[in-house]
Ligand binder design. Structure first.
Ligand SMILES: Cc1cc2nc3c(=O)[nH]c(=O)nc-3n(C[C@H](O)[C@H](O)[C@H](O)COP(=O)(O)OP(=O)(O)OC[C@H]3O[C@@H](n4cnc5c(N)ncnc54)[C@H](O)[C@@H]3O)c2cc1C
Length: 430
């Protein structure tokens, strides 16, 4: 059995390792256009590689995928986060789980994760061809012909397509596989950037750049007319009037907002059109665990306790000071005025703004998204084998599929799990 794996990223390397572990006699060819394996994996998690999650309950893990969670059920049971942990440790990479349940190599070096595969691929049955760009895949009566830019076409029995999405294109993931899948009869769902920072219409956010909030609630509800909604429904799965909300840490940047909660929100609104002409309002709750009357009480308490201090300083006891300044302005109050000058209405406005601070997002941080939402339609792939239902002998795994998760190790987890299942199935099904 001769198998070509197109793309030596997370899913491709795991598919190759799984195929080899399942059938050591299988002949495996990995075609990778870069000069090394897993370029994106190495830079993931800020170079530390957040390779999976510490969440053990698979049902909970599956809720971390805005798209593809249900499809992933079988792959995830077969190669769960706990199995991923055990597999990497058994291959010589000790792991650790951090407070927020992200899992990293103890070395904090993504190269160690990819290094595992380099060792496995020393086996003569695995042929890794670097700097080889696949240009096309043709179905033949009893296999496939692979067309490459750097040499002659060649034939294989089966193909595992793991070319990734089209985010961070400089890592080699330029979306080539979408066209290959289409040429073999597959359809694509709409594609959109996901897991990105958001830029805001409010330019003054630059004054707050670097200010971070450990736990905030971010929410948005696209307010659109019936006709617009009808039009949006054609554009993508999450374009809707549904309220999206997340709770978590975020940070102000020079142009907007970023951080885990913003990434999660960007994932939920991946298919919402956002522009300067049509901004998407986002409301920020700085006290997601306290109700409005409690926040108001707290504001009153501080105003009453420090009547001579400026409003900024008083509110600065509840929020970072530069943000407190902005909250006072948004409440229509002079930040430098004494606390004693703030009446009941003013205090109510302050509390309301702390529970619903409005920003208007005008774009995603272009080209800096972490993943591509959308991809090969999951209806056309068998979730228990990853084999194409359209083109037998073709297997698909990783980000090329219409699967994407939140930050926290979920995207690599799905690439390992689907890659593993594709590799095992490709050598087991004859
Ligand atoms: C900056 C950044 C940080 C991230 N951090 C994390 C994180 O910490 N945790 C997490 O879970 N996820 C993270 N992700 C997401 C995660 O890295 C991806 O979802 C995952 O790598 C997808 O795996 P894949 O195998 O499907 O594709 P990729 O890893 O992108 O691999 C695809 C491979 O195919 C090759 N290829 C493409 N076309 C061709 C062709 N025509 N011929 C030959 N080869 C080709 C590419 O060169 C590439 O090596 C991050 C992403 C980015 C961009």
């Amino acid at each position: 059995m001769k198998i070509a794996i197109i793309g030596g990223g997370a899913a491709g390397t795991m598919a190759a390792a799984a195929a080899h572990e399942t059938d050591p006699q299988a002949e495996i060819i990995i075609l990778e256009k870069n000069d090394g394996l897993g370029k994106k994996v190495i830079i993931s998690g800020g170079g530390r590689c957040n390779l999976t999650t510490g969440i053990k309950d698979i049902k909970t893990v599956l809720t971390k995928y805005p798209r593809g969670g249900k499809f992933l059920t079988k792959a995830m049971h077969r190669f769960s986060p706990e199995s991923v942990w055990a597999w990497f440790e058994s291959h010589g990479v000790p792991l650790k789980v951090e407070k927020d349940l992200r899992v990293f190599p103890v070395s904090n070096d993504g190269k160690d994760v990819v290094g595992v595969f380099g060792k496995i691929f020393r086996d003569p049955k695995i042929n890794v061809r670097f700097k080889v760009q696949v240009m096309g895949i043709k179905k033949e009566p009893d296999g496939f012909e692979i067309l490459v830019k750097e040499g002659k076409p060649f034939s294989v029995d089966k193909v595992i397509l793991t070319t990734g999405g089209q985010a961070y294109r400089q890592t080699g993931s330029t979306g080539d596989g979408y066209a290959f899948a289409q040429s073999l009869g597959h359809s694509l769902t709409p594609l959109a950037p996901s897991l990105s920072a958001l830029f805001t219409r409010e330019k003054w956010v630059a004054d707050l750049a670097g200010v971070s909030i450990e736990r905030a609630g971010l929410a948005c509800r696209p307010e659109r007319s019936g006709a617009e909604l009808k039009d949006l429904s054609k554009k993508g799965p999450s374009a809707s009037s549904e309220r999206h909300s997340v709770v978590g840490p975020f940070i102000f940047t020079h142009k907007g907002i970023s951080g885990p909660a913003v990434f999660a929100l960007s994932s939920l609104i991946a298919f919402e059109p956002i522009s300067s002409d049509d901004p998407l309002p986002v409301s920020i709750d700085f006290f997601p665990d306290r109700k409005l009357p409690e926040v108001l009480e707290s504001v009153w308490f501080h105003l009453d306790k420090y009547p001579k201090k400026s409003l900024t300083n008083v509110i600065g006891a509840l929020l970072p000071k530069s943000l407190a300044f902005r909250v006072c302005l948004s409440a229509g109050l002079d930040p430098e005025s004494p606390a004693s000058a703030c009446n009941k209405k003013g205090a109510e406005r302050l509390a309301q703004i702390m529970k619903g601070f409005m920003l208007h997002t005008i774009s995603r941080s272009p080209g800096e998204e972490f993943v591509t939402a959308g991809g090969v339609d999951l209806k056309e792939v068998d979730p228990s084998t990853m084999e194409s239902k359209i083109c037998p002998g073709l297997y698909l795994a990783g980000e090329i599929l219409d699967i994407d998760g939140f930050t926290g190790g979920f995207n690599l987890q799905s690439a390992w799990a689907t890659g593993r299942l594709a590799g095992e199935s490709a050598v087991s099904i004859h």
